[in-house]
Unconditional design. Sequence first.
Length: 256
Amino acid sequence: MEGGNTPRWKVDVPFKTVSFLIMFLFFSVQVFAAAVPDLPPDDMFDEPGDVKDAKPFKPTKRLTPQEALAEAIELKRAKDKSELPPFKMIIIKGGCFEMGDFTGEGDEDERPVHEVCVSSFLLSETEVTQELFEKVMGYDISPLKDPKMPTVKFSGRSLDGFFKRLNELTKGGYRLPSEAEWEYAAREGGKKIRWAGTDNESALDDYAWFDFNSEFVYHPVKQKKPNVFGLYDMSGNVSELCDDYFNFEYYKKSPR
């Protein structure tokens, strides 16, 4: 399945073209300013009724709702790399593999199978957690709150902002993986396995959250076994985003 927020894998479905947010609907929050007039400080007068030694009073500026929201966000944002929660990047050695629906049970847009070669790259061991997203951006947009849960319900704008600010803080070059990079890593270097970590359906519960064990909610990262590369939740839990435009005909004309 492609993108969205529906479950990524089912037990009887092989690897699919998916969207991947690794490494992670922009929300709007209305802030209402209380209509309270600016009042002088309590110590303006030395004694009640005494105006002889009155102190000068400078009213403070009342923030607009947008200014108040921006100020609150800025207070929560990390100011440098040391304030970010730790996250681990895994080295994936490049190579060539047969990309696509090698079982013949997947969607038509995942065929024909074709050879693709990828260079070595780094991939985060989990999806972007809520605690990382909030420290980078200053807000969290996920409906189910848990620091260790993956970030969901994001827009293109918030996604671009996340990577821009993360790279400013770390002086790095973080981005989304391509679909080929993601599938190569999920399939452990291009092995012909249907799920990340196993091709045995009876063992799937050890590696993934899916329809029959998730209670139809997503879960904190790293609760299941990783695949051979040390990557968690590459099957199941939530849909993930890749840095590719979707095209039904792409596999038929895809270059190496």
